[in-house]
Design a binder for this molecule. Structure first.
Ligand code: CMP
Length: 139
């Protein structure tokens, strides 16, 4: 089925001017960017987005990193978009990411791993609604 998923191009990637190269990977995989904006998250906003990880040891560092510099938040649409995006991103830890994936090519570390993507339909719906109104989604 056609799905939508929330993607974030993280500060390590926006800082290195990799937005275009990362978007090319999405588009080459058949994902359509139906909404996109560059924003600078506050620590409170980043903390709320990653609330599910609040008891993990890396939470503080994750929130600080995500609020350190601008990010690009986007909605990707396509057939099986959630799984497809995860394939294109590669494993969370770039050391385990397959050849040709975004994280293999661009990620610096487990924390500075260039992109975030929703992991399931319910989280995709929640995460999209966190950043975008219905009027901003142009399919
Ligand atoms: P992301 O998909 O954005 O979701 C949570 C993020 O936490 C993850 O990508 C990683 O960048 C970051 N992170 C940092 N350390 C870890 C860790 N040890 N395990 C999992 N995620 C981590």
């Amino acid at each position: 089925a056609t799905e939508r998923t929330l993607s974030i191009i993280k500060p390590d990637a926006t800082r290195r001017n990799l937005t275009g190269k990362i978007n090319a990977k999405f588009e080459e995989a058949g994902l359509r960017i139906v909404a996109q904006k560059r924003i600078h998250l506050s620590e409170a906003q980043a903390g709320k987005f990653y609330e599910v990880h609040k008891d993990r040891p890396f939470y503080g560092e994750l929130v600080e990193f995500m609020a350190s510099e601008p990010v690009v938040v986007q909605v990707l649409e396509g057939e099986g978009a959630i799984a497809k995006n995860r394939e294109v991103m590669g494993a969370t830890n770039p050391a385990n990411a397959d050849e040709g994936t975004i994280r293999k090519e661009f990620a610096l570390s487990m924390g500075e791993n260039s992109v975030h993507g929703s992991d399931a339909p319910e989280t995709a719906a929640q995460e999209i609604a966190y950043f975008f109104s219905g009027l901003e989604l142009v399919g």
